[in-house]
Design a protein around this ligand. Structure first.
Ligand code: SF4
Length: 328
């Protein structure tokens, strides 16, 4: 932040405090990749202190004395990235830039730990371009992520690409309205952003999409083709299959940073569904600005609460408490 920005921030004052007793997103760490991608919501967690933004431009402490998480620094960085953007201006482009920064930090953290995780067990990861079994289900995301994706579509897609993706989003959003994860998966329908088996918004894809790594593409295919068996299997097994948990803990930390920043700035921060949220932004050109002014524009896109398909095996506590060795 430069001097001018700091002056502006100082004039704007500090952001509104969170309501007393408000639940804080406590983490999304899942023992199951599909559940995680679909936006498993953690049980309400006791409030945890939000790291205060220092008045100077010095970086905040990466950890607190009581926090042993290897991902605490990522949480702090993504939290501050969004807060910095919001303090300077409630501008969708600034928010999209902050989301990109959070995604880059998350990718970098995963790149750092990936070699050890991949080598821990054989085979290595099967994921690669053209393999998209995990792109046939509901995806959840934070409001700021939806804004970044919609900006990308607006500015980077050609008019023909925009028209095509809007048709796919409209059709899929109408077909999946109010559906829970299992009902969505039963459709066996690709995400509206999947084109030729590749993600057409790869650069700005939701953070949860960045967390799915599999050692067994056949398992992913089976899960996509047999959603009922898969959901039942997951309920009984309580395990994570071929999916390592570290990338999910990383993304969990980043998403928690996003959500806490939204909440700290007085914005609605509940998790949304990808199709419905992006549809709102594409249909209503001022939706992003209205959200950033505090309007609940994403209410129709809220992730449905669904205890029946709530994933089992979610880490009950903050991912910051994840223990080494609970991975696959
Ligand atoms: S956004 Fe991209 S990576 Fe995520 S489910 Fe859709 S196509 Fe797949």
């Amino acid at each position: 932040m430069n001097r001018k920005d700091r002056r502006r921030q100082s004039k704007m004052g500090t952001p509104p405090a969170a309501p007393a007793g408000a639940p804080i997103p406590g983490g999304f760490g899942a023992g199951d990749a599909f559940a995680f991608l679909a936006g498993a919501r953690p049980a309400p967690q006791p409030p945890v202190p939000v790291v205060a933004r220092p008045k100077t431009s010095a970086p905040p402490p990466s950890t607190t004395p009581s926090d042993k998480s290897p991902y605490r620094a990522l949480f702090v960085a993504t939290h501050n990235a969004i807060l910095d953007a919001l303090r300077v201006s409630r501008n969708p482009d600034a928010v999209a830039g902050a989301v990109a920064k959070g995604a880059a930090l998350s990718d970098a953290k995963w790149a750092e730990v990936r070699p050890a995780v991949e080598a821990r067990k054989q085979p290595g990861f099967a994921c690669g371009a053209g393999c998209a079994w995990c792109c046939h289900q509901q995806v959840a995301l934070e409001p700021v992520e939806a804004i970044a994706i919609a900006r990308h579509v607006d500015t980077r897609f050609t008019p023909d690409e925009q028209a095509a993706v809007r048709r796919r989003i409209d059709a899929l959003a109408a077909r999946t309205k109010g559906m829970n994860n299992l009902a969505w998966s039963r459709l066996k329908t690709p995400c509206a952003f999947l084109v030729d088996n590749k993600c057409s918004i790869y650069e700005v894809r939701p953070l949860r999409c960045r967390a799915v790594f599999s050692r067994d593409a056949e398992h992913c295919r089976w899960a996509m083709e047999n959603p009922d068996e898969y959901f039942d299997h997951r309920e009984r097994r309580l395990g994570s299959g071929p999916y390592p948990i570290e990338p999910r803990h990383i993304i969990d930390a980043a998403l928690t940073g996003f959500a806490v920043a939204e909440r700290d700035f007085g914005l609605p921060w509940k998790t949304l569904t990808l199709m419905a949220a992006v549809k709102i932004l594409l249909d209503q050109p001022d939706a992003a600005e209205r959200y950033l002014a505090g309007e609940p524009v994403f209410a129709p896109a809220l992730l449905p609460e669904d205890e029946d398909t709530a994933p089992v095996g979610l880490a009950p506590a903050s991912p910051t408490l994840a223990k080494p060795g609970d991975s696959h």
